[in-house]
Design a protein around this ligand. Structure first.
Ligand SMILES: Cc1cc2nc3c(=O)[nH]c(=O)nc-3n(C[C@H](O)[C@H](O)[C@H](O)COP(=O)(O)OP(=O)(O)OC[C@H]3O[C@@H](n4cnc5c(N)ncnc54)[C@H](O)[C@@H]3O)c2cc1C
Length: 459
């Protein structure tokens, strides 16, 4: 396809005639605001942006898919852009859902608009004594997070958020509008839960909430120079926890000083968690202990994720296991420039903003009848490393820093990763087992033969 400006202008004019909903071309006010992703590293420049009418979302998405197919364009969708992988260029129309944040909670389920964030859900859910399977940041979109797997603070007890999806309104590549759930179009329902925008564009999602009105949660924090001991203690401690406890270890370097932090959330009692945390609280040098009873609506504060859009470069791997001695060695990748780490880090500053080890296992590792394509995750830990371009380092230095971290634990990797934690496009081959991937590919070929749907991670 040619993409000179004349051609583009005639495309937009004919698209405007056949697409219902507001359409923004590159020279119109609002285009720049809506093309932006939360991850600003993704410089998206679509041929046009469609903002569906809140009263007619599915019809507007449907007309967009039909018109795009006719014009030989692709269609991508964005809720918040937390998961943008930079694939959206002038060969695609971007449907922006960010204004569609309605949430309705009834009978233990949340029905959410395609642009709803967890922050729109967790408060109203808590008001009914319920919790959502939200992740570390309440700013993340419910739809992208849930369809991509969704590993949250309650994950070891209740599993992946994708398996808490109870139904969805979906517009398929041919423009068809469907309600899918366990009883309606079960194959499409299965594929969406892991395969996301490869199979359709969700205009409304129904997610199960869980009956949890209080959690025990917070963070234990040490200075960066304690990272080696804290990592080794964590690797020994985290391996034998009850499913009600979901912990993570984060090394980061906020402006207040480089730290190593163990964040934790438990659905059990405060006394039980105190007993479980005792060995960690004995480690010297602790700076902070914020673990306390709280509403699940406040869990978004525990992990200390950035609140403003950032230009992040990151990668992730699943680790089968992590011996304490090996975990200790990860300290040399700790973000920051603390001189006390000089013998380990040779005195140089790290290009990374964050290195994280999320404990998996529990319900995350258990497959289940009726689960989606992403049935379960194998491995004891998710290893995640991230830098912020032009803040913690250049893209090249961050990529080298991430490669160093991954290389140091390469012998413990499973063959898989989790696409929610990968901000560059990779095919689902790395997320799914070969049999599941073939089944997804076959369905994709059948449902979207011309490949109009452009997902963050293509199948
Ligand atoms: C600060 C931060 C914290 C995070 N914490 C966690 C965490 O704790 N656990 C976790 O699992 N993940 C976490 N993530 C990753 C996050 O879940 C993914 O980036 C996810 O893709 C974000 O979804 P979104 O809708 O907000 O983003 P978007 O970029 O808008 O969407 C990402 C992709 O999802 C698909 N998608 C979005 N909307 C639709 C739709 N309506 N229909 C079909 N497909 C759609 C598309 O392929 C889209 O490209 C975090 C990310 C960040 C940046």
């Amino acid at each position: 396809m040619r993409h000179d400006s004349l051609m583009a202008a005639s495309h937009i004019a004919s698209l405007s005639r056949s697409i219902s909903g507001r359409i923004l071309s590159p020279d119109e006010p609002g285009y720049d605001e809506h093309r932006r992703a939360w991850n600003t590293a993704a410089d998206q420049r679509p041929a046009a942006i469609v903002l569906p009418d809140p009263d007619d979302v599915a019809a507007d998405v449907s007309s967009t898919l039909v018109a795009a197919t006719d014009a030989d364009l692709r269609v991508a969708v964005q809720g918040t852009g937390h998961g943008a992988t930079g694939l959206v260029d002038e060969s695609a129309i971007l449907i922006s859902m960010s204004h569609l944040r309605d949430v309705d909670i009834e009978s233990g389920r949340a029905r959410v608009g395609a642009g709803a964030r967890w922050s729109d859900v967790v408060g109203p859910a808590a008001g009914q004594g319920l919790a959502a399977l939200a992740g570390s940041s309440a700013d993340v979109g419910v739809v992208g997070y849930s369809l991509g797997g969704g590993i949250g603070w309650l994950a070891r007890r209740y599993g992946l958020a994708s398996n808490a999806v109870a139904g969805a309104q979906v517009v398929t590549a041919d423009g068809g509008i469907h309600w899918v759930d366990a009883g309606h179009e079960p194959e499409l329902f299965w594929a969406l839960r892991g395969g996301a925008a490869n199979f359709g564009i969700v205009t409304e999602l129904l997610v199960d909430l869980v009956e949890v009105s209080t959690v025990q949660a917070g963070a234990l924090v040490w200075p960066r120079d304690r990272a080696g001991d804290v990592l080794a203690a964590y690797a020994e401690w985290a391996i034998d926890l009850p499913d009600e406890v979901t912990p993570t270890l984060v090394m980061s370097a906020p402006p207040s000083g480089a730290i190593v932090m163990i964040g934790v959330c438990s659905t059990g009692s405060g006394d039980d968690l105190d007993a479980i945390l005792a060995p960690l609280r004995e480690l010297d040098g602790q700076l902070e202990d914020t673990v306390a009873a709280m509403s699940p609506a406040d869990l978004g504060r525990v992990h200390r994720d950035p609140l403003q859009p950032t230009s992040s470069v990151s990668d992730a791997r699943l680790l089968e296991q992590l011996p304490a001695g090996t975990a200790r060695g990860l300290a040399r990748h700790a973000p920051g420039t603390d001189a006390a780490l000089a013998p380990l880090a040779a005195g140089r500053g790290s290009p990374l903003a964050m290195v994280e080890l999320r404990r998996l296992g529990g319900a995350i590792a258990r497959g289940g009848e009726g689960h989606g394509a992403l049935n379960r995750l194998e491995g004891d830990y998710l290893l995640f490393a991230l830098g912020i371009e032009d803040v913690t380092g250049s893209r090249a230095s961050i990529e080298a820093g991430i490669a160093d971290v991954l290389e140091s634990l390469a012998s413990f990797e499973t063959a898989r990763t989790v696409l929610n934690f990968v901000d560059h496009p990779v095919t689902g081959q790395t997320e799914f087992d070969p049999q599941t991937y073939r089944r997804l590919q076959a369905l994709r070929a059948q449902m979207d033969p011309s490949g109009v749907l452009l997902a963050a991670h293509p199948i």
